[in-house]
Design a protein. Sequence first.
Length: 71
Amino acid sequence: MRFLIALALLAAEGLSSAEFEKLHRELLPRDAGGWAVLPWETSLGEATARAVREKKPLLLWARMGNPLVCT
């Protein structure tokens, strides 16, 4: 989305390549963020074993229906 905004500014205002590159660098995320660095597990059994081993709680996030549609 940010890239599209920068592209629209480039087209609308006629930014130079150097200005566009500077704007693009500023709009890039600085780090992966919180959710991306969490140790996600795709197996409930492995997650349970890990939670017991590390003495940490287990969060189970489950949904009904198509995972691509909010139901």
